[in-house]
Write a protein that binds this ligand. Structure first.
Ligand SMILES: Cc1cc2nc3c(=O)[nH]c(=O)nc-3n(C[C@H](O)[C@H](O)[C@H](O)COP(=O)(O)OP(=O)(O)OC[C@H]3O[C@@H](n4cnc5c(N)ncnc54)[C@H](O)[C@@H]3O)c2cc1C
Length: 519
């Protein structure tokens, strides 16, 4: 049996196996020549002290110990099996498809966007300020919003499924094995596209199918049960099971559901801005000195405050990352953040967002019904676009000017490549949102002294933190309560908030759908 050790190390002792292995071997009284395998099973950084500590849990296998099995998955051939339709090829759709294969069903993924390799060109064009292709952008295309995301894999909803198995599946498809033990696992934008391609390869090699440039426009329902879908090019796909995994940016799908009388519900969401700091500043605040940066990862933070009874919090923090234009239409301005696996840029960014409640979007109810929160979100994105002016430029303001209600005439250098337009966000942001963000920034500066600085730039608008619509489903069967065989899943349906939670939710609905088909 392996020896499991919990080591508390200095950052320099933890920097590589060369450094920590002699310490670990000493603790069990073994020689290096006796060692069959040494592996890290958990790693986290505790930066609360003047000198940060690295907590490592390691396993040492001595000659003769049974070694842990390698990560492996067996996906059967499902070429001639019963077909199920999956709408959307993001994490929820892809993991639903993989699970269907394991359960002996043949998934057909209908994806509005392009393959990763083609999508990359559209993403590059957007980065240069070019037009947004409404079917190929940061949200739409192979792998969904997950492909050009930051690739942080931490989730609070581990109970919803087999979290470790989902990570193993990502490693099986090409992710770095470190994600299996890091306390805050992270893949990085540079590595995600290859992993997504490998997942598609698994699905197709097993007899499943992925059809690109295939936008679903209608859900076909008869006698209270789903019968299939129709696509923009007039094709019809029949199936007793339709998994709806279209993500939170597919507004047209919400309109389709609403107009076809399939019940959806407006739901509170969160919005605000991205804040960008020099990474060195965040390292110095978090590690109490810039010196540790050589041997520790780019520092991150996670902040929460209550302002006037409203939650304000940091969201999707990207150390060593960049801010990207994440809109799906040129009439909107939406920003998000990502980083490469090395987290090597000189900037740190995160969303600073606040709750948007029924009382904020309620005035839109009379006209828009359950689409009220969605309309509110859309309106903010259009206001941000108007403030950002031409191309994909985004409105920006120094954090200190925002807090002082003062217009900015310049900002610090930014990673946002389409360009910034300096101004005053109070002019277009709803007062309640601006007040809340202001209070949050002041509070965060008290806890991370130096957070509020003129070197910090606010860039708008961070509006797609979560979906403003929920597609309801039955707690037990996971189907839509009024449409048998329709399985809303992932972030767009309101059941996930990130790559892993979407993937786990996709797996769950695939399992539920397989049971439904056995009835
Ligand atoms: C820049 C950025 C950074 C992010 N960073 C992180 C991170 O670090 N960690 C994290 O956990 N999450 C991150 N996210 C969020 C994460 O990507 C999403 O939570 C996740 O992708 C949701 O998965 P999903 O499958 O539910 O939906 P999506 O990934 O949105 O996928 C939906 C898919 O459906 C397709 N589709 C939509 N409508 C139709 C239609 N009508 N017909 C056919 N296909 C359709 C879309 O093209 C898309 O491929 C980030 C997102 C962005 C944009």
């Amino acid at each position: 049996m392996a020896h499991t050790l919990n080591l508390t190390l200095t950052p320099r002792q933890a920097v590589s196996e060369e450094q920590w292995l002699p310490i670990a071997l000493r603790q069990i009284g073994a020689e290096r020549s006796q060692l069959a395998l040494a592996r890290v099973v958990k790693r986290s950084v505790d930066a609360r002290h003047r000198t940060p500590k690295v907590l490592l849990t390691v396993e040492l296998y001595i000659d003769g110990d049974e070694l842990p099995p390698p990560v492996h998955f067996d996906y059967p051939n499902v070429e001639h099996k019963r077909e199920v339709i999956v709408v959307g090829g993001g994490p929820a759709g892809l993991f639903a498809a993989l699970r269907f294969i394991e359960l002996g069903l043949r998934p057909i993924i209908l994806e509005r966007g392009k393959e990763v390799s083609e999508r990359k060109r559209d993403i590059a064009r957007i980065g240069r300020g070019g037009e947004i292709d409404p079917n190929s952008n940061y949200a739409f295309g192979e792998g969904g919003a997950g492909t050009f995301s930051d690739g942080k894999l931490f989730t609070r909803s581990k109970k919803r499924g087999d979290y470790n198995r989902a990570l193993q599946s990502l490693v099986f498809h090409g992710a770095q094995p470190e994600i299996l033990y890091e306390a805050r696992p992270h893949i990085g934008t540079d590595r995600l596209p290859k992993i997504i391609e490998n997942i598609r390869r698994t699905i197709c090699e097993c007899g499943g199918e992925v059809i690109f440039d295939c936008r679903v426009t209608d859900i076909l329902v008869r006698d209270g049960a789903v019968r299939g879908v129709r696509t923009a090019d007039g094709r019809q796909f029949d199936s007793e099971v339709v998994v709806l995994a279209t993500g939170h940016s597919a507004r047209d799908i919400y309109y389709t559901l609403h107009n076809s009388g399939i019940r959806i519900e407006a739901k509170p969401f969160a919005m605000g801005v991205r804040i960008e700091h020099p990474q060195e500043l965040i390292d110095t605040i978090q590690y109490h000195s810039a010196e540790w940066r050589e041997v520790l990862p780019a520092a991150s933070y996670s902040l929460v405050a209550q302002v006037g009874g409203r939650g304000v919090y940091s969201f999707c923090m990207c150390p060593g990352g960049v801010i990207v234009p994440a809109m799906t239409d040129s009439a909107e301005c939406v920003v998000n953040g990502m980083s490469s696996s090395a987290r090597g840029s000189r900037w740190a960014n995160s969303g600073i967002v606040t709750e948007i409640r029924e009382e904020d979007y309620g005035y839109l109810r009379a006209e828009w019904g359950e689409l009220a929160a969605l309309r509110y979100q859309q309106e903010m994105e259009m206001r941000a676009r108007a403030a950002g002016a031409e191309g994909q430029k985004a409105p920006a303001q120094r954090a200190t000017d925002f807090v002082a209600h003062r217009r900015s005439s310049s900002t610090a250098r930014s990673s946002y490549t389409p360009g910034l337009v300096c101004g005053d966000m109070w002019e277009w942001m709803p007062r309640v949102v601006a007040e809340s963000l202001r209070g949050g920034l002041i509070n965060f500066d008290r806890r991370m002294h130096g957070f509020l600085t003129k070197e910090a730039t606010l860039i708008g608008v961070e509006s797609r933190t979560s979906t403003p619509v929920r597609v309801p489903r039955d707690k037990e069967s996971l189907q839509h309560p009024e449409v048998a065989g329709l399985y809303p899943t992932g972030e767009g349906a309101g059941y996930a908030g990130g790559i892993i939670s979407a993937a786990l939710d996709g797996e769950r609905v695939a399992e539920a759908a397989a049971i439904f088909l056995e009835r």
